[in-house]
Design a protein around this ligand. Structure first.
Ligand code: DX5
Ligand code: ZN
Length: 227
């Protein structure tokens, strides 16, 4: 999963100009970015609504980037096949949507994602302990550590996330799972804090507003790669 320990930058399309998605996508295609982060919100799990599988399907032919779908929805299971059909390469879901109610045990979601040859991630909100993921670790490819409360782009990075990332990194190393599981960090990543996040142990940095609200998004992505 880790590519020579070099972090991957995943621009988040949520912060792009939705009236001109093709051009915004091209800015990512023309940069060093390897992943494209796609935030799916249902206004139930989070207080915001973003876009659905039809948008993902319509932009799929315009990019070779690795499509990373982040499901912030209260019923991820019902949405899986639509995003798989739309061309997702990886899907992450929130453990908070499954654990208390167990409508769909996480293992069923993981199996469905993996059966279709996609990478599978599990996301945790800032207040959720990494410990709840322990029993699923052997089956997943990445952990999404939320560094803001999910729901909106443009929020400030929660500083205690750095410690959380380091302890996840340490725990995965102790379990000999570090090569198998990547740590993705999502929310409030800027040029000024990206290096700290990488040093704490992040493998994949999601960056929305820093990239798309900058004057030259491709250059901002490339700058993040050169930190
Ligand atoms: C927040 C989303 C993030 C968001 C990041 O709920 O999961 O992916 O787009 O945006 P920035 O980089 O602006 O915090
Ligand atoms: Zn996200």
């Amino acid at each position: 999963m880790q590519q020579n320990n070099k972090p991957i930058i995943a621009p988040s399309l949520l912060a792009a100009d939705f009236s001109d998605l093709k051009s915004e996508l091209k800015l990512c295609n023309d940069s060093k970015a390897e992943w494209l982060h796609l935030d799916i919100m249902d206004q139930q799990f989070v207080p915001n609504l973003s876009f659905g599988p039809d948008i993902v399907k319509s932009i799929r032919p315009h990019s070779n980037l690795f499509f990373d779908v982040h499901l912030m929805v209260s019923n991820p299971f019902d949405m899986l096949s639509a995003f798989i059909d739309a061309g997702a390469d990886a899907i992450s879901f929130h453990i908070e949507t499954t654990e208390p109610r167990f409508t769909f045990p996480p293992k069923i979601l993981i199996n469905m994602i993996k059966k279709n040859n996609l990478r599978c991630g599990i996301a945790i909100k800032p207040k959720t302990s990494f410990k709840v993921l322990q029993k699923y670790l052997p089956f997943i490819d990445y952990i999404v550590v939320m560094s803001v409360e999910p729901g909106f782009g443009g929020q400030g990075f929660i500083p205690s996330t750095l410690e959380k990332i380091s302890s996840i990194d340490k725990n995965l190393k102790e379990k000999n799972l570090r090569d198998q599981i990547a740590i993705q960090v999502d929310g409030g990543i800027k040029l000024h804090n990206a290096k700290e996040v990488i040093n704490a142990g992040a493998d994949i940095l999601v960056a929305g507003s820093e990239v798309f609200k900058s004057e030259n998004p491709s250059e901002t992505i490339n700058k993040m790669y050169s930190l």
